[in-house]
Design a binder for this molecule. Structure first.
Ligand code: PLP
Length: 421
């Protein structure tokens, strides 16, 4: 009897045993998760994923949805995700340098291609040095904690990307949140922050929900007045904003005034994955010593490095791709405005078609897909209540006919659902 009880305990069976207890904990967890999932469905904010069975590009094949779907919702701004030279460079890097490093950078995860890409990124942005991460989410998660102490302050635009918000949460600096692109509010917060040792203003260069561009000239002027540094996240700008695609700082003529740039390799620069910080050499040196997502995560795979490296070569050879995207953006924005739609932002390939009502945005996006145009509706909590929209993203590889087909479909769907008279 005694032996039997001990045996049951060791095997974990029987009521009150550790395994039974853990079984009921799992059941409790399941109930909690199901109820949370139900809440998300009930709130109408469930995000379902469509399955693509072709390469990324302007024309897609969707599983169950047929071929020839026109894609207007990728961050593939320059169309480099499926560029033949980008793919070839990736295959070559894979063959020469292998599938991956099975190591973080500082143990045995640094290859010549990583150093070459970092040097190329710094040259592209005209900065002193650069450091690679597995993603820009990681670059944003790693910089604030490494750079700022409780003696310092960070001032962040309220609509900054989630990864900047999370990165700032991880650091112990004093935190100020200024109203979106509101320079009066930023100035008031900078005055308040004078008591701290170092001040860092952090902003998206281009904001992905509205396609609006941070007033970097004014931000840099305020930063100069109050002895602050400026950090920008250029995920929706690198490769295509500015005369040579260097980004928002080039567009607004403040490349020499912005100290730190974080950006992604996962959007315009080939679209594979990866992120980076570029800026002063001592900062990059410090990040290699202290930045946790860099220190404790695997090196970028060679195939991914190959893609990004070739994408940068193409952009440094010529600004023709970036210019062609700007012309397509202009075509879409002006035709949609003429058709009676309100497009938020200015001159950016993110073109939010403002609809207001969440249901209308969802129904119209669905109807657009029925007509072979893939766009996504965004509503609360991703954007403020009453500001639902369909976000259209233009790519250099859309043809004029693609753009016109999209505008025609919007016009028909808008009339059908009452968004247009
Ligand atoms: N910052 C901004 C503004 C973004 O839009 C994104 C991606 O959506 C990120 C950072 C994260 O970039 P990554 O996909 O390289 O992690």
């Amino acid at each position: 009897m005694w032996r039997g009880a001990v045996g049951r305990l060791l095997r974990g069976s029987g009521a009150g045993s550790p395994r039974a207890a853990s079984g009921s904990a799992v059941a409790q967890l399941r109930r909690r998760l199901e109820s949370e999932l139900e809440d998300i469905r009930g709130a109408g904010t469930w995000k379902s994923e469509r399955i693509i069975s072709s390469r990324q590009g302007p024309h897609l094949r969707l599983e169950g949805g047929g071929a020839g779907i026109l894609n207007f919702c990728a961050n593939n701004y320059l169309g480099l995700s499926s560029h033949p030279e980008v793919i070839r460079a990736s295959v070559e890097a894979l063959e020469k340098f292998g599938a991956g490093l099975s190591s973080v950078r500082f143990i045995c995860g640094t290859q010549s291609i990583h150093k070459d890409l970092e040097e190329k990124i710094a040259r592209f942005h005209q900065r002193e040095d650069a450091i690679l991460y597995a993603s820009c989410f990681d670059a944003n998660a790693g910089i604030f904690e490494a750079l700022l102490t409780p003696e310092d302050a960070v001032l962040s635009d309220e609509l900054n990307h989630a990864s900047i918000i999370d990165g700032i949460r991880l650091c112990k600096a004093n935190k100020y949140r200024y109203k979106h692109m509101d320079m009066q509010d930023l100035e008031a917060k900078l005055q308040d922050a004078q008591k701290h040792r170092l001040r860092l203003v952090a902003t998206d260069g281009a904001f992905s929900m509205d396609g609006d561009i941070a007033p970097l000239r004014e931000i840099c002027q305020l930063a100069q007045k109050y002895g602050a540094l400026v950090f920008i996240d250029e995920c929706h700008a690198t490769g295509f904003l500015g005369p040579n695609g260097r980004g928002t700082d080039e567009l607004l003529g403040v490349m020499d005034k912005v100290t730190i740039v974080n950006s992604t390799l996962g959007k315009a620069l080939g679209g594979a994955a990866g992120g980076y910080t570029t800026g002063p050499k001592p900062l990059i040196d410090l990040l290699r010593q202290r930045s946790r997502p860099y220190l404790f995560s695997n090196s970028l795979p060679p195939a991914v490095v190959g893609c990004a490296s070739k994408a940068l070569d193409l952009l440094m050879e010529s600004n023709a791709i970036a210019q062609s995207m700007a012309a397509k953006t202009q075509r879409f924005r002006s035709k949609m405005t003429a058709a009676g739609f309100t497009i938020s932002g200015k001159d950016h390939p993110i073109c939010p078609v403002m609809l207001g009502d969440a249901r209308l945005a969802a129904v119209m996006a669905e109807d657009m897909l029925n007509r072979g145009i893939y766009v996504i509706g965004f509503s609360y909590p991703v954007v403020p209540k009453g500001k639902a929209r369909i976000r259209v993203q233009i790519s250099a590889v859309h043809s004029d006919e693609d753009i016109d087909r999209c505008v025609d479909a919007f016009t028909q769907v808008g009339r059908k659902h009452g968004a247009l008279p």
